[in-house]
Design a protein around this ligand. Sequence first.
Ligand code: GLN
Length: 313
Amino acid sequence: MGFLLMSLLQAQLDRSCQSIQHEIGVGKVADYIPALAQVPSDKFAAAIITVTGETASFGAAKEALSIQSISKLFTLASTLNLRGTKLWDRVGREPSGNAFNSIVQLEMECGIPRNPFINAGALVVTDAMLGDQQSTQDCTSDLLSFVRDLAQDNSIVIDEDVARSERDAAFRNASLCYFMKNFKNLERPVDDVLDVYCQQCAISMNCKQLARSALFLANNGIDPLTHKKIVSEERARRLNAMMMLCGHYDASGDFAFRVGLPGKSGVGGGIVVVVPDVAAVAVWSPRLNANGNSHAGTAALEALVRETQWNVL
Ligand code: GLN
């Protein structure tokens, strides 16, 4: 007779996720990107990986989701590595208190976006990532390699249908770009920036891959399992600070209040969070709250931190 020994971590994740299953039907799937509206709204998944390599998962943790704005974390890390801290001349570091795709603040603050995680800021980061030489294709394939390397998984791809669907309807992001171009805060042609941006947002990853890709941020910038340095210790701390303050748009305060961990969400319903020195966690549930963050995903993380007592505060 065989015995199945369930780890404490797996039991904690199971308990947390089971306790919020009734929340999965609450909220609305993002439909302004037509391809996202096709995703079944009752999906739910969660995955944890610790700095010692222990894993736990729940639900559809091997099913791919559209990472959307979670990509802004990867482009920020990669662009800071590529172009250095001069990037901060072009984008701020303050919570916006506005919707992720808002244009109003940009007018008042002369084309300098509040932070790299709202769309305007992410578009500037993408522009800087492109630099003055790179072709848009080279830029996206370099970014994809960076993400594959973080996740230690070469099977990660861009969902071209999602990319095309967003690109065809990118009127608002185009407006943000033209606005910033007027203030000389966009170097490349608007079409180039939008092409790369829509591709980065359409990267498809599952929760296990997402958690794995953020693990370096739980370990001072070094991948604890490969020992590879991804970013400096200072940069890792700053990326976590940005996630804590700006990772959930105008609900960043509420997320800090309820979960208390640095995190980044996307309108595909994914959220990745970092537990410094302990683990990285990813959750997925497509229905969103009014601020565009996964409703059940946030609830699951709130339950998990209660179970585990994980909190940086
Ligand atoms: N691709 C989406 C957009 O630009 C990303 C937004 C999000 O995930 N919050 O609108």
